[in-house]
Design a protein around this ligand. Structure first.
Ligand SMILES: *Cc1c(COP(=O)(O)O)cnc(C)c1O
Length: 352
């Protein structure tokens, strides 16, 4: 594929940072001064530009709005105490983004735009990375179809953008989770493994109903028996049974391949736990809980990092947890790497 990458850079005249404090800033509400934008046309990426964050002018017939070719990523950058800044495992997200693109019949985005463009954009907005504990810069690359025509077929034109959003801690409180039995998020052969916008539109009803019952999110189950466990909202899930960490395997393509999941599994192994990626159903979880061997359950994801679960409810049975050992420990290990307090022994950090 031919790629023309010229990186026109237009800077803002005055930074919005002058009017904003980066302490305890809510997730996803504020965006930095600049964004990256690129267009795909005639089989190649062009007009790669870093420019002031601004609205887009789009056709109402825009293909993405009607037929859902729209994918995204979520990545974080961190600032060390000495002021150095790093992106956490961006190459894994880049690869996953292109897997999502392939599944949705969208073009791949080359490294020079996704990675190099991201680094250049962050470099420009480096002052926006909060230096406080648990704070970070959330990076949102996304791509959508822009053909201005109706008709169900892969679009010929696309836009790729990267937004940056400074963020404080996400889910501070342990979560209450409802095991979903009515709705389905993903089935084999579907698009569950791809980070495409439709997956989230389709999941909101289940979360909304769970919230009415006092729960924060649902734990998705398989489409056929509603027994085999998948993931929680925008997080993968880990069950600690005695000294073994069990997480649903990715084989069926129904689960998002989380970068946090992969990092956590590596760290759990380093901590001396047995790690198992396999099918796990709710009966096994309940049995382990009743025997006292289910020690803790937690979610993993870029936005929330590690979120302990204080209640997991299946039908009328509520499993309750009030003490966590593994979740805070692995979160601490992960944070130590991300904030430069311990050695980056797995080469997860990409310097900006
Ligand atoms: C993004 C996402 C995750 C977590 O992936 P990370 O790479 O760890 O952020 C898990 N499940 C779903 C459905 C997601 O969209």
């Amino acid at each position: 594929m031919e790629t023309t990458v010229d990186f026109n850079v237009t800077k803002v005249e005055r930074s919005k940072l002058n009017d904003l404090s980066l302490e305890n800033i809510p997730f996803g509400k504020f965006f930095t001064d600049h964004m990256l934008e690129a267009d795909y046309e005639n089989g190649e990426w062009k007009n790669v530009e870093i420019k002031p964050y601004q609205p887009l002018l789009l056709e109402p017939s825009l293909a993405a709005l009607h037929y859902g070719q729209s994918i995204f990523e979520g990545i974080k950058a961190y600032k060390f105490e000495n002021g150095d800044a790093f992106i956490f495992r961006p190459y894994d997200n880049w690869k996953r983004f292109n897997k999502s693109a392939e599944r949705m019949c969208m073009p791949e985005v080359p490294e020079e735009i996704f990675i190099d463009g991201m680094k250049q954009l962050i470099e420009l907005d480096k002052n926006w990375i909060p230096a406080k504990a648990e704070h970070s810069l959330y990076i949102r690359p996304f791509m959508f179809a822009t053909d201005p025509v109706l008709g169900v077929k892969p679009s010929l034109t696309y836009k790729f953008l990267i937004l940056l959003s400074p963020t404080g801690p996400y889910y501070a409180e342990p979560m209450k989770i409802y095991v979903e039995e009515k709705y389905t998020r993903a089935a084999p052969g579907g698009v569950g493994f791809s980070k495409n916008a439709g997956n989230y539109g389709g999941s909101m009803m289940a979360a909304k109903e769970a919230q009415k019952l006092g729960y924060d999110q649902v734990l998705w189950t398989d489409a056929f028996e509603h027994k085999w466990l998948q993931e929680v909202g925008m997080m993968n899930v880990v069950f600690v049974i005695n000294n073994t960490a069990v997480t649903p395997s990715l084989d069926e393509g129904t689960i998002l391949e989380g970068v946090t999941r992969a990092s956590v599994l590596t760290l759990l192994e380093e901590m001396g736990l047995q790690v198992e990626e396999r099918k796990i159903n709710i009966d096994e979880v309940i049995e382990a809980y009743k025997k006292g061997s289910l020690k803790e359950v937690f979610g993993t994801g870029t936005a929330a990092t590690i979120a302990p679960i204080k209640e997991l409810r299946y039908k009328d049975f509520a499993m309750k947890f009030d003490a966590w050992t593994v979740a805070p420990k692995v979160k601490g290990q992960l944070n130590n790497i991300r904030y430069g307090r311990s050695d980056d022994r797995f080469n997860w950090l990409e310097r900006i």
